[in-house]
Design a protein around this ligand. Structure first.
Ligand code: C2E
Ligand code: CA
Ligand code: CA
Ligand code: CA
Length: 278
């Protein structure tokens, strides 16, 4: 039995070694990717449900890993989040997306004047560098702060005085703050009145549901958001029936494959134009 026990430990040990090695490989690769410009941002339009116009886009990172094609963020963001590498990635995303806004402005056409939302990890929010990182990215690009939104997942929105103070500081300079994946965490209706945010992004799992009680829940959230002066974005809209349901509960804006997939910067003006005509 002892032997069996030891054997089992060794198996676990081997698995653990493999997991750690894989983690280290992704981390090393990602560090090099940042230095070598292998990361790219794709942009997904956010459409106004009343006018059909696109006012902003969400920047979503992809890794063009040589020989592997486009690696989705689900594979490497969790690894990046175990170290300060996620803050490097955050700085890169801020600078790259703001530079891209300038390029869209300069080109004129449907990309000009857009706002951009950048995903910021909880670790970066908890670091003392976030405010300076955002300020310096804005300065470097010369973009007006109100054209930038930071998306922070609801799960890291728990009451953390230092983090909330940082968000307030950013809002004071005009940067918008969005709660991402709303509904998957533990924000109560009571907290909604106090969280230092401007935008609430309703998680795809709610948009997906045809359960009448979930629809009613979305209606309540939209109503509460409105009375607290928050804008609402519905995420993951794939079907016209969902668009109609969201319009019926008074949701302002939506994002999802129905309107456009996230696209490379050079294809965004066409994607934005395509959303209009829907
Ligand atoms: P998220 O912030 O919730 O982003 C929305 C995800 O839903 C994106 O996946 C997007 O491509 C996908 N999506 C959009 N519309 C639809 C739809 O209609 N149906 C479905 N099924 N999916 C849709 P993506 O690009 O794979 O990103 C996954 C997650 O990775 C993001 O979730 C975000 O948490 C993280 N992420 C992406 N880019 C960054 C980044 O630059 N920094 C950080 N810290 N995290 C990022
Ligand atoms: Ca997001
Ligand atoms: Ca989300
Ligand atoms: Ca998410």
């Amino acid at each position: 039995a002892k032997d069996g026990g030891r054997g089992r430990v060794e198996v676990y040990d081997d698995d653990l070694r493999r997991v750690l090695a894989a983690h280290a490989a992704v981390e090393d690769g990602l560090r090099r990717a940042l230095a070598r410009d292998e990361l790219v941002l794709h942009y997904q339009p956010v459409t106004d449900l009343l006018t059909g116009r696109v006012g902003s886009v969400e920047a979503l990172v992809r890794w063009q890993r040589p020989g592997e094609g486009l690696v989705p963020p689900g594979v490497f963001i969790p690894v990046a989040e175990t170290s300060d590498l996620i803050c490097d990635l955050g700085r890169w995303a801020l600078r790259t997306s703001l530079a891209q806004l300038r390029a869209f402005d300069a080109a004129g056409g449907p990309g000009a004047g857009l706002k951009v939302a950048v995903n910021i990890s909880g670790r970066h929010l908890r670091s003392p560098h976030l405010v300076e990182d955002v300020r310096s990215a804005l300065e470097a690009s010369g973009t007006a702060p109100h054209r930038l939104a930071l998306e922070i997942t609801e799960t890291v929105m728990v009451e953390d005085d230092a983090a909330w103070a940082r968000l307030e500081e950013l809002r004071a300079i005009g940067v918008q703050i969005a709660i991402d994946d709303f509904g998957t965490g533990y924000t109560s209706f009571g907290q909604l009145a106090r969280v230092p945010v401007d935008v609430l992004k309703i998680d795809r799992s709610f948009v997906d549901s045809e359960d009448p009680r979930t629809v009613e829940l979305v209606r309540l959230v939209v109503g509460a958001a409105r009375s607290f002066g928050l804008r609402v974005v519905a995420e993951g809209v794939e079907q016209v029936s969902q668009v109609h349901a969201l319009q019926a509960v008074g949701c302002d804006t939506a994002q999802g494959y129905y309107f456009s997939r996230p696209v490379a910067a050079d294809r965004l003006p066409t994607a934005v134009d395509g959303c209009h005509t829907r």
